[in-house]
Design a protein. Structure first.
Length: 295
């Protein structure tokens, strides 16, 4: 793939997979439910977001910057102590079938944030949050969660913790394109870093983490210095106007959660790839091109 003027992650095999899907030679995989969290904090020069860089060896989006997150574990539907909007209210906000599905998505958001960033959006009561979570006993539990030897519901129950769904704000929803072999239906959330906690690179999938202003991260993408997938840069741009974590959380209720799904069509010998509502990501790829896609 030749250098691009921006940092949009674009696998070279996509055009061939798009053509195969159009020809009926490829069956679209069913997307798995997933959740990711944009952790925010007040920095010296404004609101900052926590990002991690995926290891270059990763099969999917290697080298790209993203947020802590991952797929729903079926056990995320197991009963947990719950604070904040009801599961029914969350189901309506997230656009899922019912309370169990809503809990699973919210639970996945909280669990993955703890697994990958060491930050826990839960507390002893409905109006408190855990403090320092870096001790050896906490780390043993986190490792067990990552290994799927421990369910998040059991983890919370053992420690007498309440899941703080009120600390999350739903921000966006993106679905992996139909021509990708690994597909996810992902809800993006915002949350403020709890007082007394700190992030760390707890993910085996990341080789670097950074706190950065959304505007600075977007500028790095625009210069081609930071590689990102369309959902990541799109949500960064949407965060830019909000100067504090509180402002972003307050604005989350007005964010459109209509799923964004890439569309691909063939125009003669050219593949046209677009994301509805996000014109900056539209790409035209000719079968005869040997480099990257044209804008």
């Amino acid at each position: 793939m030749s250098p691009r003027s921006d940092g949009q992650w674009y696998p070279p095999e996509w055009p061939d997979r798009i053509r195969a899907l159009a020809a009926g030679e490829l069956t679209a995989a069913t997307p798995r439910r997933a959740a990711t969290v944009m952790l925010l904090r007040d920095g010296a020069t404004g609101c900052e977001v926590h990002m991690l860089r995926r290891r270059a060896s990763m099969a999917f989006a290697g080298g790209a910057y993203a947020y802590p997150g991952g797929a729903v574990d079926p056990r995320d539907e197991h009963p947990v102590r719950w604070a904040g909007p009801s599961r029914t209210d969350w189901a309506a906000r997230l656009g899922v079938a019912g309370p169990a599905e809503a809990q699973a998505v919210v639970c996945a958001a909280v669990r993955e944030t703890y697994e990958e960033a060491g930050v826990l959006l839960a507390g002893p009561t409905a109006d408190t949050v855990a403090g320092d979570t870096t001790g050896d006993d906490w780390e043993a539990d986190r490792a067990a969660l990552v290994a799927r030897k421990l369910s998040f519901a059991t983890f919370l129950d053992r420690r007498g913790l309440v899941l703080r769904s009120d600390l999350l704000g739903a921000w966006a929803r993106w679905i992996t394109p139909e021509f990708e072999p690994r597909r996810y239906d992902t809800w993006f959330f915002v949350a403020a870093l709890p007082t007394g906690q700190r992030t760390r690179n707890a993910s085996t999938e990341a080789d670097r983490t950074v706190w950065i202003r959304p505007a600075d991260a977007a500028a790095g993408y625009d210069r081609g210095e930071l590689l990102m997938m369309p959902p990541t840069i799109a949500t960064l741009r949407a965060l830019e106007p909000h100067g504090t974590p509180g402002a972003a959380l307050a604005a989350s209720g007005d964010q459109d959660l209509t799923p964004v799904l890439a569309q691909a069509r063939l125009e003669g010998d050219e593949v046209v790839l677009s994301w509805p509502g996000h014109d900056e990501f539209t790409k035209h790829v000719s079968r005869t091109r040997t480099g990257g896609p044209s804008a």
